[in-house]
Design a protein around this ligand. Structure first.
Ligand SMILES: O=P(O)(O)OC[C@H]1O[C@](O)(COP(=O)(O)O)[C@@H](O)[C@@H]1O
Ligand SMILES: [Mg+2]
Ligand SMILES: [Mg+2]
Length: 333
């Protein structure tokens, strides 16, 4: 079988299909290179002294792991001098990061969750990086936080890397979803799955069930019906998986279907869920929709949400279309 590298794939998209501008192609290549570096660091584990806590907190008040900080630095450093960006924003940084004046600037803005699944770092379970690309508003001048507050429909590219048994990069530029596997010996990303599609129906769901007592009624009803299995209203048995790394749960769903839920709950009524709209929900929703699935916050399509702040949180229901529509419907009753 002819091997197609990420570079070849992107050049083809740019030249033959005219679907991505050259600048965006180069930007994606820089992000992929940074993910390769993060993958190397992850792979070293204790030998590279990358495990454990960094002894600091991020803007969400979460304890930062060494790898959260390192991955953030790798992404910032790789992308700063590329010349394709106006600014970056990260789950691990309180405010936006404009490209320093000593570097050339571009028209795109990059957002990322540098290390997703931090609680799994030290136990050798799959973790990842999630990213989203927006265009800077025309005539923006100095980058501002306001410029980032665009709904997910405006993303021009999104993707994630999973650092697991294999390192993979899953990407969309609005023309389907493709998966690249890192050839660790050659150091190159090889196209291994074209046009990934999520089945509309599923028998698998993912939710952190330890929060059951805090859920609101639509989620309780939906999950109880799944748990009732064959003898319940759904008339079939469902299986459950929860990895606690969104990247790994979403990767499973892209490969074999399923529904992923992180609902808002009564623990913190003021917070609409745990996951972050700009760094986690929007890029994943873009990928899921491009693969034929659906993504809502229970009442609204995630990609239509107008963000009000950079670190906004959101409830997430995503994956196989018919299940996402069902649980969303329960919120409307
Ligand atoms: O520990 P919980 O509450 O089950 O949450 C798990 C979720 O939190 C996250 O780890 C949040 O990501 P970070 O590791 O980037 O903070 C998701 O990847 C995952 O789905
Ligand atoms: Mg995350
Ligand atoms: Mg993170």
């Amino acid at each position: 079988m002819k091997r197609v590298s990420l570079t070849q794939y992107l050049v083809e998209e740019q030249r033959l299909h005219n679907s991505i501008p050259a600048e965006l192609r180069l930007l994606i290549e820089v992000v992929a290179r940074a993910c390769k570096s993060i993958s190397h660091a992850v792979g070293k584990g204790a030998l590279g002294e990358v495990l454990g806590s960094a002894g600091s907190e991020n803007v969400q008040g979460e304890v930062q792991k060494k790898l959260d900080v390192l991955s953030n630095e790798i992404l910032l450093e790789a992308n700063e001098w590329g010349g394709h960006l106006a600014a970056m924003a990260s789950e691990e940084m309180e405010t936006i990061h404009p490209i320093p004046n000593r570097y050339p600037k571009g028209e795109y803005m990059l957002l990322f969750d540098p290390l997703d699944g931090s609680s799994n770092i030290d136990v050798n379970v799959s973790i990842g990086t999630i990213f989203s690309v927006l265009k800077a508003p025309e005539g923006m001048g100095e980058p501002t936080e306001q410029a980032f507050l665009q709904p997910g429909t405006r993303q021009v590219a999104a993707g994630y890397a999973v650092y697991g048994p294999q390192t993979v990069l899953v990407l969309t530029t609005g023309d389907g979803v493709n998966c690249f596997t890192l050839d660790r010996e050659m150091g190159s990303w090889v196209l291994t799955q074209r046009d990934m599609k999520i089945p509309e129906d599923t028998r698998e769901f993912a939710i952190n069930a330890s929060n059951t007592r805090h859920w609101y009624p639509p989620v309780t009803r939906y999950v109880n019906e799944l748990l009732a299995g064959k003898t319940g209203p759904r008339g079939k048995d469902f299986n459950m998986r929860w990895i606690a790394s969104m990247v790994a749960d979403v990767h499973r769903i892209l490969n074999r279907g399923g529904i992923f839920m992180y609902p808002a709950d009564a623990r913190e009524p003021d917070k609409p869920g745990k996951l972050r709209l700009m760094y986690e929900a929007n890029p994943m929703a873009f990928l899921i929709e491009q693969a034929g699935g659906a993504a809502t916050n229970g009442t609204q399509r995630i990609l239509d949400i107008q963000p009000k702040k950079l670190h906004e949180r959101v409830a997430v229901f995503l994956g196989s279309k018919n299940e996402v529509e069902r649980v969303t419907g329960y919120h409307q009753q």
